[in-house]
Every structure is written in structure tokens, then in C-alpha cells.
Write a protein that binds this ligand. Sequence first.
Ligand SMILES: [Mg+2]
Length: 269
Amino acid sequence: MYIAVSGEMPLPAQKKKQKRHARRPHRTKLRGRRTNKPVICCVIFDLDDTLYDCLRERVPAAHRHAAQAMVEAGIKADADAVYRARMRAFRNDPMLRYIDAEVTRHFGAENPEAISLAAREAYFNCPVGRLKPFPGSLPLLRSLARRGVRNFIVSFGEPKIQRAKVESLGLDREPSIEKIYYADRGNVLTKEAAFRKIQKRTRLKSSEILVVGDRPAREIRAGKDLGMHTVRLLHGEFKAQKPAGPEEEPDCVIRNIADVRKLPFIWGR
Ligand SMILES: [Mg+2]
């Protein structure tokens, strides 16, 4: 049924055009609506276990690689037995603090420090195969970018390996990501320093920046130290890690990366 908006009977050719106009939502009114939700103009994502499933796609392969390196460095057992011992130790110590010491002790290794060093190097330098992002990662990045939110990734690890992961995931050529920073084990660039660089580059207030990651002691703590909003994705290798104190407590916890969009923020100005 035609709804007359002008009060005059239209000519037949005008009918369709005026009908569409009458049904269009009042956008100005929606935009101007008052809200207390923080406005987020920039999101900083962690990589491992945040944008892809590192626990399933990388961790077993990295432990196998480390097991092989331990055998080559002098443990008297075959690589399968060392791998099984590593995975047992990993279940008890998901933060990997004592895993190498535990495994060298288990096999009575003669030179535990050198073997542990070889294991750590192998673990962080395990060659990268084919990886795929979580199903929700790219839709989230693109939806934020469409709203004018600037997306960054800050990854921690061996920069050469982290770059290979990014390439395998296709994130190096993803237009919705403005820049990727590589924090390294040698602390040439820490996560906090990378966050500062992003803040300087974007000239945004801390209250306009959101950090999303899985590790309380790393990105959550660094984000909180700088006064940014923080979201923890409760998933993966470090899922069991508890915040050491209020300085590592995230503002929100989610279980799926796609849930970021459902959080109580306004996305983009
Ligand atoms: Mg991570």
C-alpha cells in the first residue's frame, strides 16, 4: 500500500521513489544517541592463540621438534619417548617454566643445561607449515576496519618464525591490518614498547585503544599498564594461566574471537 508523505497525490512515476524514502531509518537520530560505552578507534591483537589456534596447529609440532633437538643434544632415549615426556610435563606446567628441567631429570641427562637450551631454541624455531586463522578472525578484522577502527598485530616470539606464521596465515597481505610488530624473546622490542609505538603512530588516547590477547602476564598486563582496555581470549596453550594480580586481570573475558564485536564498546568514531 502506498503511504503518502507529502499530503499530495503523486504522479504514477513518483510512487516507487517516495515509498522507499518513507521507509528509510532515521540515521541522524541513531548516530546522535547518547551512550556511556567507550569508543574504540584502534585494536591491538596478539597472534598465537588469539587470531589462530596455536595450541592445535603449532604446539604438538613444536614439542616434537624440541624432543628431537634434546635427543641430538645428548638425551639417551628416542624422540618419541622424549616427546611423550614433554607432553606430560606440558600438561602439568602449561607455562613451560620447568618443562625442560623436568624432562632432562626424567631421562637422567648428563648435561641438562645445554640440552634445555637446545630444546628451547628448537621449540621457538620449529618450522612453520600451513596455518589458518580462526573462522571468526578475518570477519572481525574486516568488520572493524569498515567502521574505521585501525587494526594492529603485536606478536611475541622468534621474529623470523612469527613472520613465517603471519605469511602462512595470509595476514601480511590483509588490508584490514594496518601494521604488524614483532616483539622478541631478546626484548629488543617488548610488547609494551610496541603498544607505545602504536599509540604514538595513531595519536589516540589509551581509552580509545583495545588490546586483545590470551596471556595475562604479557599483552593484558602491558595494555593495563598503559591504561588501555583489555580483553582476554580464554583459549589455548596458556588458558590455565591465572592472572598474578589485579594488574593482569582483563576488563573482559571471551571464549571466541568473534565475540569481540559483542562487547560493550562503540566501534569507530
Ligand atoms: Mg598469544
